[in-house]
Design a protein around this ligand. Structure first.
Ligand code: SAM
Ligand code: SF4
Length: 326
């Protein structure tokens, strides 16, 4: 499946809920978002139907996201059923890790291929400042990561948004990659939703700090993920260090993804307030061919790239990252 600019699209991010048990400052308002009723969220059967239509079109990789995907009931069951969709080669998950220790065993039985844990700091106070938890659950995340590492065949990554706030010390997270086969990736803050109110450390600044502490960062040819992360292999590390810098090192030319929100909107780009509703047609009896044609038509309209940082963008996306799924 190719978009209007000839880019091959083989990756779909599926958000299963826009609810979350955390309130990361750059992602979700602290008072939360208006609750979406269960009836307005795609059922697992509806998600499976969209994925199998997409798989016929050429999608092979699925990322389960949210909100926090593990707050939705029976997520491992969905993962297992997605793995059984013909043509789907990998099903992965991104989670804040707080519920991971509880579900890791079931996830492994489901055949999940990789788990990304979002963790911005090793400092408990800063963790509760960023996530507005009132404290406590950094330990749960660390427990989740330990549980994840009991399944060495499941690829493990830690994703950190380096906000540049006092005490966050994002570089401390590299100790995971130094001692274990865990890749640590730094995701540049994107000016989407709440992210517009924050700045962050840039890739060049972080690289300099990392090299001061750990020595030269050697670019790696490996890419253990689905996307635009650029990896480095510091000497003596078991895992790699990666940078996903959508704003400062734009990578739209290689964009391979679509996004399906929990309410059934299909989005071809993060930045623009453009989507089509698939839930309505799914529930009104549209045939697979009709859904397929809608997807293909929308894909042809996928923008060439984001225009973060520019003014006067027409219809800039108003959803938060938690509603889009990151
Ligand atoms: N709750 C899950 C989690 O935290 O991994 C899945 C959803 S979350 C929206 C997915 C990813 O988006 C997280 O790694 C989070 O740090 C990232 N994210 C949220 N807002 C962002 C922003 N404005 N810029 C860059 N990344 C952001
Ligand atoms: Fe929740 Fe993930 Fe957003 Fe944090 S980044 S508020 S954990 S959805």
């Amino acid at each position: 499946m190719h978009d209007g600019y000839g880019r091959e699209i083989d990756y779909l991010r599926v958000s299963v809920t826009d609810r979350c048990n955390l309130r990361c400052r750059y992602c979700m308002p602290k008072e939360g978002l208006p609750l979406v009723s269960h009836g307005d969220v795609l059922t697992y059967d509806e998600i499976l139907r969209v994925v199998s239509i997409m798989s016929d079109l050429g999608v092979t990789k699925i990322k389960l996201t949210g909100g926090e995907p593990l707050v939705r009931k029976n997520l491992p069951t969905l993962a297992k059923e997605l793995k059984n969709v013909p043509g789907i080669k990998s099903v992965t998950l991104t989670t804040n890790g707080t519920l991971l220790s509880k579900y890791m065993k079931e996830l492994s039985v489901s055949g999940i291929d990789a788990v990304n844990v979002s963790l911005d700091t090793m400092n408990a106070e800063v963790y509760s400042y960023i996530t507005i938890t009132g404290g406590g659950s950094l330990d749960d995340v660390l427990k989740g990561i330990r549980e994840l590492r009991k399944y060495p065949d499941i690829d493990a990554k830690i994703n950190c948004v380096p906000m540049g706030i006092k005490g966050q010390n994002p570089i401390e997270l590299l100790e995971f990659a130094k001692k274990d086969f865990i890749h640590v990736r730094f995701i540049e803050m994107m000016p989407v939703g709440m992210g517009k109110n924050f700045s962050c450390f840039g890739e060049d600044h972080l690289k300099k700090k990392i090299e001061e502490r750990y020595g030269r960062l050697i670019p790696s040819m490996k890419n253990p993920g689905n996307g635009p992360c650029r990896y480095y292999e510091p000497q003596g590390f078991l895992g790699m260090v990666g940078f996903i810098s959508a704003v400062s090192h734009r990578f739209c030319d290689g964009c391979n993804r679509l996004r399906l929100t929990s309410q059934g909107y299909l989005k071809t780009c993060l930045q623009y307030e453009e989507w089509i509703d698939l839930k309505g047609p799914l529930r009104e009896g549209a045939s697979d061919e009709e859904i397929r044609d809608m997807i293909v038509r929308e894909l042809k309209k996928k923008p060439k790239g984001h225009r973060f940082g520019e003014r006067d963008i027409n219809r800039e996306e108003g959803m938060t990252m938690s509603q889009i799924g990151g």
